[in-house]
Write a protein that binds this ligand. Sequence first.
Ligand code: NAD
Length: 419
Amino acid sequence: MEPKIAVIGLGYVGLPLAVALAKTHVVVGYDTSEQRVRELKEAHDRTREVDESILKNTKLQVSTDPSSMLGADIFIVTVPTPVSAGNLPDLEPLRKASEVIGELIGKGSVIVYESTVYPGVTEDFCGPILEKISGLKSGVDFFLGYSPERINPGDKIHTVDKITKVVSAQTPIVSQKLAQIYGQINNNNIFVAKSIKAAEAAKVIENTQRDINIAFMNEISLIFSKMNISIYDVLEAASTKWNFLKFTPGLVGGHCIGVDPYYLAQASKNLGYDPQMILAGRSINEAMPNELADLMTQRVGRSLRLLILGLTFKENVPDLRNTKVTSLIEALRKRGHQVDVHDPCADPKEANQFFGYDLVPVLTLDDPYDGVVGAVPHTLYCQFSTADFSRFLKPQGWVFDLKAIWRSSPPAGFNYWTL
Ligand SMILES: NC(=O)c1ccc[n+]([C@@H]2O[C@H](COP(=O)([O-])OP(=O)(O)OC[C@H]3O[C@@H](n4cnc5c(N)ncnc54)[C@H](O)[C@@H]3O)[C@@H](O)[C@H]2O)c1
C-alpha cells in the first residue's frame, strides 16, 4: 500500500511538493498560518508557484490542525530556516515542527527534512526532539531523512518535477523508499547521497557558492567602475573562455542565498574554524546597496527625486522577504534623494505592512521624476522602450540601470548609467 504523506509548511517549497506528491499519494498539508491555509482552500497561492486551476483539482488536503496528519507514515518538513538579527541560525520553526511531529509518529515512521540547514541539524538537533516527544528511538523505531530542495521561485523551467532530487536517510532501505517516492514526481531523477550530513552540506554549499561568486562579481564591478571600465564589457569578453563562470553583479536578498551561508559559517565557527571566504562574500554583498548609492550620487553630484523600479528580492516573484532594495532605498535617502518605489509583482499591502512604503500604483507623467533606478529586472521593465520612460521621467533624466536591463539599447533622450 502507498504510504500516507504529511507535508509540514506549505510555502514556496512545501506547496509545489505537496501538490506533486498528491498526484500519486494521499497527502495532507499542514501549516501554522491560518491565512495561508484559508487562501489555499480558496485555491489561491500568493507565492504564484501553483496555478489556481491546479489547486482546484488537487487531492491535497490542507489544515492548521496537527491531528489532520494522524496516520501519516512519512512526514516531510519544509518550514523556514531564517537567521536571527545577529545572522545566527534560527532553528525555532524546525524545533516547533519537530515537536508537533513527535506527538504523531510511531514505529516505522520516516521524517524527512527539506529545509536548508547546516550539517548535523537533522540528526543532532531534530532527531533528539522527536525522540524526546515520542519516547521512540531514532534510527531504530523511526527513521530520519534529508532531501534538500532546489526549486527556484519564479523559475518555470527548473520545477519540482524536472530537477535532480538528492535524498538521504539513516539506512539504505529508507533511502530507497524515499528515492521511490520522490522518483514518482520527477521521473526517477534521484541522487542518493552517502549520508544525511553530506546531503545537508551539499545544499548549503550550492547556495554559498552562488553567494561567493556574486560577491566576486560585485567586488570587481566596484574596482572596474573606479577604472571607468564597464563590468559588462569585461564579462562579455571573459565569458568567451570555455571555463569562465557566468555570474553578474547584483543585490543578494531573499531567504536562501543571502541567508544560508550564515548557517555554514556558524557551524564552522562552532568548530573553531574561522570561515573567512564565506563571510567575506557575505560582507561584500551586504555592502552593495551603500556602494551603489554612493556611485549613483557621485555620478550626478546632487539630490534627485528618484523612482525605484522593483522591490521584490528577485525578478518576477512577489516575495519581499529580505529584499536588499530596501537597503538601497535607505542608502539613497541618507544621501539626500527623495525616493518612490514601483513594483508590478509585489503586494502593495505587504510593502506597506513590512516597510511602510506606498507603492506607486501607475507610471504616469503627472509628476515626472529626475531619475529612475532599475533595481529588479521584472519582465515588465525588460520590455520598456524609450516611450515608456518618457511617461514618468523628465527629458534628460537619469536612468540608473543596476541590472543592465536596457544596456543593449539605452532609452534615447536620457542620461544612462550602469556598472
Ligand atoms: N524558497 C526557495 O527558493 C527555497 C529553495 C530551496 C530551499 N528552500 C528552503 O526551504 C525551506 C522553506 O522555505 P520556503 O521558501 O518554502 O518558506 P516559506 O516561508 O515560503 O514557507 C514556509 C511555510 O511554513 C509555515 N510554517 C512556519 N513554521 C511552521 C511550523 N512550525 N509548522 C508548520 N508550518 C510552519 C509558514 O506559515 C509558511 O507557510 C527553508 O529552509 C528554505 O531555506 C527554499
